[in-house]
Design a protein around this ligand. Structure first.
Ligand code: ADP
Length: 204
């Protein structure tokens, strides 16, 4: 069981997934909040049954899975519906992340949580690691990754907290304005520090 949990966060395109996979390469268990969020509404889950009872079967695909696009369209313009959904899903996602962190077997583990600050999840983790780069880099990197429209990415960036706000919560910061080699070196250095801190915590 990993007793030391690092929360990895950052804005869209800042490099969270890249950082997470570098830690995974070093043998560290990585839990992805987005994956947990999909697991809690998997076919057969009680959350999916509740969502269907609330919104009707139009939020299901013909295969009985959650139709995310249909659900997104319903909650998009209805703040009450969004609130209802968040109240249902957020506790389950939190529980799922904590459970998986407890089951981790590496000396420490990482939970990648894009909206850690926005959803006030600081208390779930021992340390907060923020990946940061300039907004312009976030935009161009996301554009080349997703082939998405500039306006669409800018809207997502606007819905997230500002770099300054996020950095206020950081225990550690990875400046990802350089190349992949610099990123890798940064991760290796942090890894050494986290190994020491996890050892200190477990020997207390
Ligand atoms: P996030 O998970 O925060 O949205 P990603 O890790 O997916 O961000 O990075 C966004 C895109 O930018 C990916 O295509 C990734 O390969 C690329 N990228 C990440 N870091 C760098 C870097 N230092 N130099 C160049 N490209 C990068």
């Amino acid at each position: 069981m990993s007793e030391f949990v690092v929360g990895l966060t950052g804005g869209i395109g800042s490099g969270k997934s890249s950082v997470a996979s570098l830690f995974a390469d070093l043998g560290i268990d990585v839990i992805d909040a987005d994956v947990v969020a999909r697991e809690v509404v998997a076919k057969g889950s009680d959350a999916l049954a509740k969502i269907t009872a609330h919104f009707g079967s139009e939020v299901l695909t013909p295969e009985g899975e959650l139709d995310r696009k249909a659900l997104r369209e319903i909650v998009f313009s209805q703040s009450e519906a969004k609130q209802w959904l968040n109240n249902l899903l957020h506790p389950r996602i939190r529980e799922g992340m904590v459970e998986q962190a407890k089951a981790a077997t590496s000396p420490y583990c990482i939970i990648e949580i894009p909206l850690l600050v926005e959803n006030k999840l600081q208390h779930l983790v021992d340390k907060i690691l923020v990946v940061d780069c300039q907004e312009k880099q976030q935009l161009t990197r996301t554009q080349s990754r997703d082939q998405a429209h500039e306006a669409q990415i800018k809207n997502i960036m606007k819905s997230q907290c500002s770099r300054q706000e996020r950095l206020r919560y950081a225990d550690d910061i990875i400046d990802n304005s350089g190349d992949f080699d610099a990123l890798k070196a940064n991760v290796q250095q942090l890894h050494q520090g986290y190994l020491l801190q996890s050892h200190d915590k477990s020997s207390k």
